[in-house]
Design a protein around this ligand. Structure first.
Ligand SMILES: C[S@@+](CC[C@H](N)C(=O)[O-])C[C@H]1O[C@@H](n2cnc3c(N)ncnc32)[C@H](O)[C@@H]1O
Length: 261
């Protein structure tokens, strides 16, 4: 991703329609519920950093439980939307602008839990992705937790399939979607032997380039970087997936990872 693309991406996240959409949702995804339950006992004593909060969907659930909650996003207008949405948040809650690739100003080993939910990390340029992991390791305490989700490269062939929809508009829209997928990304078969790829998958009307990675490779990368006890959760079921089964995850558009620093 070059500088022009990075500026354009941020404009997308700062745009009225996108903010309105993200500020109007509140439901947790199933694996997020599983992660919240796994950490529930720790949250009352935890300093939590929520990266890429968007309109504050995860804030609704985590902020009331955490000892201290910092909701952040690199898109200034998302942060403003959260300030409007949570005017009476607790005294230990703050919302501020923060780029996950460069958290200068955040002290070392401050947080107990860092969350980068709903594939926010996949919007980061591929060459900056490791910077996010390094920054999380720096700002999180040893023994702290990091959770994030990332698009699943094994799912790509399914994106090109026609599904049955009752409403003809939705059914017909798929032809446009598949044509655009072919135009931007070519045939799906070429991704079969790749560990990761950057695709235009339709997010925000095909305006963003999104990182996709094989879960097995993501786990290997996290372990290589020193993250411990890496756990994987299915987006569809919310259930934890054993590492021996990661290559079977072709029905999950993205998966969640929970690991220790
Ligand atoms: C798909 S939205 C998810 C929003 C929210 N976490 C949710 O689950 O509803 C991705 C968010 O990541 C943010 N983002 C993208 N790149 C970022 C970066 N480098 N640092 C911080 N936030 C970033 C975007 O501004 C956007 O709000």
């Amino acid at each position: 991703m070059n500088t022009i693309d990075a500026v354009k991406d941020k404009q997308v996240w700062n745009s009225d329609d996108v903010i309105r959409t993200y500020a109007s949702v509140a439901d947790l995804q199933k694996p997020e519920e599983a992660i919240l339950n796994a950490l529930r006992d720790r949250l009352p004593n935890a300093r939590m950093l929520d990266l890429g909060i968007g309109g504050g969907r995860t804030t609704v659930h985590f902020e009331p439980l955490a000892y201290e909650y910092h909701g952040t996003d690199y898109a200034e207008r998302m942060v403003e939307a959260c300030l409007r949405r949570f005017p009476s948040a607790g005294p230990r809650t703050r919302f501020f602008v923060l780029d996950a690739t460069d958290m200068r100003g955040v002290p070392d080993h401050y947080y107990d839990f860092v969350l980068f939910s709903f594939n926010g990390i996949d919007c980061v340029a591929p060459h900056d992705r490791e910077k996010v992991f390094c920054e999380v390791q720096r700002v999180c305490k040893p023994g702290g937790h990091f959770a994030f989700s990332s698009h699943n490269l094994l799912y790509v062939p399914r994106m090109y399939r026609l599904k049955w929809y009752r409403r003809w508009r939705e059914f017909l829209y798929q032809f446009y979607r598949i044509a655009m997928l072919l135009y931007y990304n070519g045939l799906p078969g070429q991704y079969a032997n790749k560990k990761f790829a950057v695709l235009r998958d339709g997010v925000e009307h095909f305006s963003l380039s999104i990182f996709y990675i094989q879960p097995e490779y993501q786990v290997w990368q996290l372990q290589r970087m020193g993250f411990r006890n890496v756990r994987v959760f299915s987006y569809k079921t919310g259930e934890e997936v054993d590492h021996s089964r990661l290559n079977t995850l072709s029905a999950d558009a993205w998966v969640y990872y929970l690991c220790e620093i």
